[in-house]
Design a protein around this ligand. Structure first.
Ligand SMILES: Nc1ncnc2c1ncn2[C@@H]1O[C@H](COP(=O)(O)OP(=O)(O)O)[C@@H](O)[C@H]1O
Ligand SMILES: [Mg+2]
Length: 340
């Protein structure tokens, strides 16, 4: 049997550059050598694709130096591969841009294509689609930089309909970068200024009525996706901010989450429905807020390329379902080929 030639893309231009490289190392190690011939290319923070030997060094070091070729010259790098596995998070990686490049180059790609990736990356677009499907979410308002610059009073008036506290988030970033919880007008202004430094589009969300439990479901499959058991993240900080996310030992994973079976069932069904509504493919991790005292579930966000280290939530959720790490990554490559 001929081996499947896989190109793993890692690094990239987001705040999750190192996380991506860690995930990629795990995937490289795990793909069975008798079935796959794997090459990796690391993308620098400036968006340049490193040649193979430098990519190898970048993997060993855990981050990429500057330099390398501009992305547009590099679709050809992917030529000669059967599948590309873009283990990239955030802008210019998880948002449909790389997926578009690979689509133009005619190479199957692990995970969602252009539409699903782009819509899931933009928190406002994703919410609009999910609302059209009747999926419960917190109340929110979109504010653009142009509006905030020209008619800030109108923007503030709309935001105030949500009450306080609110969460202010750049619409297209991820990894909790630029996210603030604002409890009053002064904090709201500071939060908006910070978010607008990072994005033209900002979403302001009503905070849940109490500190939510944060539960997550893994999705695997193309047209008939399956849902994993439900996992839960616990932590002491006020919310799951950048520090808590990326400092070792600050958050704990519980799989399966200790939930009433009916709640777990609802979360899993909602995760499947959301991934279909958003045209996800291959994999996704769907994150929810669960309010213990009321039994409410709100869908928070859908990640089309979740963290993929051996201790990350997504592979751990499938591990609990009996799908080991190596089988999981092999299956993802097959799913990309099946969709062709
Ligand atoms: N509306 C909300 N109510 C309560 N907590 C929230 C709300 N929005 C975000 N949070 C907290 O902030 C964290 C990061 O928000 P999230 O939208 O998931 O951003 P990211 O895409 O960067 O992961 C969440 O995991 C949660 O702890
Ligand atoms: Mg999140």
């Amino acid at each position: 049997m001929e081996k499947t030639r896989v190109l793993v893309l890692a690094g990239g231009q987001s705040g999750e550059h190192e996380v991506s490289i860690n995930s990629a190392k795990s995937v490289l190690q795990a793909l069975p050598k008798d079935r796959f011939e794997v090459t990796s290319v690391v993308i620098s923070r400036e968006g340049r694709w490193l040649a193979e030997p430098e990519s190898q060094r970048a993997l060993e070091r855990g981050s990429a130096p500057s330099g390398g070729e501009l992305v547009l010259h590099q679709a050809q790098v992917a030529e000669g591969y059967d599948v590309v596995f873009p283990i990239l998070h955030g802008p210019n990686g998880e948002d449909g841009t790389v997926q578009g490049l690979l689509k133009l180059a005619g190479i199957p790609c692990v995970g969602s294509s252009v539409l699903g990736s782009a819509v899931c990356m933009d928190k406002v677009m994703a919410k609009a689609v999910l609302a059209a499907h009747g999926i419960p979410q917190v109340a929110y308002q979109l504010v653009t930089r142009a509006e905030f610059t020209s008619t800030p009073e109108d923007a503030i008036k709309r935001i105030n309909t949500l009450g306080f506290p609110v969460f202010v988030k750049p619409a297209n970033l991820g990894s909790s970068v630029g996210i603030s919880k604002a409890k009053n007008d002064a904090e709201l202004h500071a939060a908006l200024r910070l978010a607008f430094e990072l994005d033209r589009r900002v979403i302001v969300e009503a905070a849940t009525s109490e500190k939510p439990r944060e539960i997550e479901v893994g999705i695997l499959g193309n047209d008939h996706p399956q849902a994993s058991p439900v996992g839960e993240l616990t932590f002491d900080s006020e919310f799951y901010d950048y520090e808590t996310k990326y400092s070792a030992g600050r958050a704990e994973m519980h799989i399966p989450a200790n939930l009433p079976p009916a709640i777990a069932g609802r979360a899993r069904a909602m995760a499947i429905e959301a991934s279909k509504a958003l045209d996800c493919a291959g994999l996704a991790r769907v994150d929810f807020f669960y309010i213990d005292s009321t039994g409410e579930i709100f869908l928070n966000e859908v990640n089309t390329m979740p963290g993929f280290t051996k201790t990350s939530m997504y592979p751990a959720l499938w591990g609990a379902a009996g799908v080991g790490y190596a089988d999981l990554v092999s299956r993802l490559v097959e799913l990309a080929q099946e969709r062709r």
